[in-house]
Design a protein around this ligand. Structure first.
Ligand code: HEM
Length: 140
């Protein structure tokens, strides 16, 4: 079961973070060659599809992450491992918040979507720190 949950957690992280990097480094810059109408239509369609990917990734990371906390940390006393895990989970929640702000179809979030690239860069940078802390926890 722990191997299965590790597989779910890693696969969701790869798809989620890889998806953000793909948007930021490949799709959004490449879409600039399109005429404005086509450009907007493409990004709208991508946003609609990315919504389901990112929401699924959030559910899977949270479910498998909580399982991992229960399996590996629950019995541990407060200390270095819990400290870094708490920072990791807080940063992961920030990444989720940015992803939701970019994908929830709520009118008041339109100003986030206008600065899509900036927020995707923030999410990617935070996610890279989350992966670094996860690697550190794994070795610890
Ligand atoms: C942006 C979101 C997240 C990313 C990119 C991420 C990524 C990772 C990665 C790459 C690992 C290492 C897995 C391995 O080496 O097998 C890991 C482990 C882990 N993750 Fe996450 N994770 C995220 C969110 C979460 C959340 C929300 C939780 C808890 C609710 C969580 C809890 C854990 C735990 C407990 C481990 C095991 C750490 C250890 O090896 O001691 N993760 N995560």
């Amino acid at each position: 079961m722990t191997t299965f949950m590790q597989w779910i957690h890693l696969s969701a992280a790869v798809i989620g973070v890889g998806g953000i990097a793909f948007l930021l480094f490949l799709l959004i810059p490449s879409a600039r060659v399109l005429a404005p109408e086509q450009h907007d239509a493409l990004l709208k369609r991508v946003q609609g599809r990315f919504r389901w990917v990112s929401w699924s990734v959030i559910v899977l990371l949270t479910g498998s992450g909580l399982y991992n906390v229960r399996a590996y940390y629950w019995e541990l006393a407060w200390g270095r491992a819990w400290f870094w895990l708490t920072i990791k989970i807080s940063l992961a929640l920030l990444v989720f918040a940015v992803s939701l702000a970019l994908t929830l179809p709520l009118p008041f979030l339109a100003r986030f979507r206008e600065q899509r690239e900036r927020w995707l860069s923030v999410a990617l940078a935070l996610a890279m720190i989350v992966i670094l802390i996860s690697a550190y926890l794994r070795r610890g």
